[in-house]
Ligand binder design. Structure first.
Ligand code: CA2
Length: 151
């Protein structure tokens, strides 16, 4: 069974506990359970990983790039959190591992928010982008990624 990675960046462990007007009341555990169930429905094994540390996210992208090259993974649904707007390292990691399909996903509509959220270092390296659908966006991103993989 091929794998799919749900990768969440800094502060997304707080999902559902604060700022419900912006991020909703669904917790990260809820999102991961939904993602795992939806992946299973598509015949995929989900792995879920969240970190507040940029290097840990870089390492996970490298690991998944190797799994993709070996035909063991279809790619990543990735919410890089605030690193979206700052991280050349994450941009380089995605580019550096080759063709790994990464679907950049944001819960909020970042383009409706502060100007500093309008630029993404991830988008030029992403295979697709989902923005502004709340936590449903993770499911939409998974469906798009699966479709790109021919599922
Ligand atoms: O809309 C998104 O998904 C974001 O990636 C979320 C990031 C933000 O920096 C991006 O601009 C857009 C912030 C994640 C913080 O998540 C929290 C969730 C609940 C309570 C506090 C923070």
């Amino acid at each position: 069974m091929k794998k799919v990675l749900l990768l969440n960046g800094p502060n997304l462990n707080l999902l559902g506990t604060r700022e419900p007007a912006t991020y909703g009341s669904t917790t990260l555990a809820d999102v991961e359970a939904m993602f795992t169930a939806e992946a299973a429905r598509l015949g995929l094994a989900a792995e879920c990983f969240q970190s507040n540390h940029e290097g840990a996210l870089v390492d996970k992208i490298h690991e998944t790039g190797r799994a993709f090259a070996a035909g063991e993974s279809i790619g990543v649904v990735f919410n890089p959190g605030a690193y979206t707007h700052t991280s050349v390292a994450l941009h380089d990691a995605i580019k550096g591992v080759g063709n790994l399909p990464v679907i950049e996903t944001h819960i909020s509509n970042v383009h409706q928010r502060e100007a500093f959220r309008h630029h993404s270092y991830i988008s030029p390296a992403a295979a697709g982008i989902v923005v502004g659908f709340g936590t449903d966006g993770y499911r939409l991103a998974l469906l798009g990624l699966a479709r790109k993989a021919g599922l």
